[in-house]
Design a protein around this ligand. Structure first.
Ligand SMILES: [Zn+2]
Ligand SMILES: [Zn+2]
Length: 255
């Protein structure tokens, strides 16, 4: 052995059993409790089971008592420990909590799986949602009846409850040609009555053959007072969801 090189721990080998037996009989002192005359071979047992100054947890540590302290203070802690008396309640709550954590974990995994599946489906879904991002403007101008553009139609508010098809037809025919529907064999004038409305005012929709007429009707009649109907009209280009209005209008026209 070279004295100039310090010994590395890797070079050390365990002493033989007889040598260790002799060494284990050496008397040592505990640095925690200062007890002397301990056999070296029993020192681990002393720390783990006997040493009064060795730090131990409360016996209720399993139900979350945070206390830790020297072994010789454990008995006095146990006599005042607030956790131990609650053991039945706490242990059942802890068990339930563990189950819930397991369930949440399971659900998290399922959600992750579903998200993955969703991403795999994404290509078609993305196209649709791109369309929908413009849906407000698209639906304004979308066409159910392929022959009709929404810009050709006007929506009229503040009409008296007594308003008739012919009244509207006569008034708005002065502006431009109202579209004729070959299927219903009627001009496209729809009156929407609202029986729930107290003032009895109703609305209507008129479809012209072109958007110039619709725009002209708005310019001419929006905000205009009509003496014979005793009302001030509100006239706008019609941008409602057409499907519903048509259904109502057609129902009305059949009467
Ligand atoms: Zn000790
Ligand atoms: Zn405790």
């Amino acid at each position: 052995m070279c004295l100039k090189n310090p010994i590395s721990i890797n070079e050390l080998t365990q002493a033989s059993r007889p040598l260790r037996n002799i060494l284990d009989q050496i008397r040592v002192q505990c640095t925690l409790c200062a007890q002397t005359d301990l056999q070296r071979g029993n020192f681990v047992d002393h720390i783990n089971k006997i040493c009064p100054k060795s730090v131990v947890p409360c016996q209720a540590a399993d139900i979350k008592c945070p206390w830790q302290g020297p072994r010789d203070e454990l008995q006095s802690h146990i006599s005042t420990c607030v956790f131990e008396p609650l053991r039945p309640v706490l242990s059942s709550l802890i068990a339930q909590n563990r189950q819930l954590i397991d369930q949440v974990q399971k659900h998290d995994n399922e959600i992750k799986k579903l998200i993955q599946q969703m991403h795999q489906l994404q290509p078609t879904a993305t196209n649709e949602s791109n369309d929908e991002s413009d849906s407000s403007s698209v639906s304004k101008f979308s066409i159910d009846d392929s022959n009709q553009k929404e810009e050709d139609a006007i929506f009229i508010r503040n009409l008296p409850a007594t308003i008739k098809f012919n009244d509207l037809f006569d008034l708005f025919s002065k502006i431009g040609r109202i579209k004729y529907n070959a299927n219903t064999k009627k001009a496209e004038v729809f009156i929407f009555k609202n029986p729930n409305k107290k003032d009895g005012l109703c609305n209507a929709k008129v479809v012209f053959i072109n958007k110039e007429s619709a725009a002209a009707a708005v310019v001419e009649y929006n905000g205009k007072h009509i003496p014979q109907w005793n009302t001030r009209l509100q006239v706008n280009i019609s941008y409602p969801k057409k499907k519903n209005l048509n259904e109502v209008g057609k129902t009305y026209n059949r009467k």
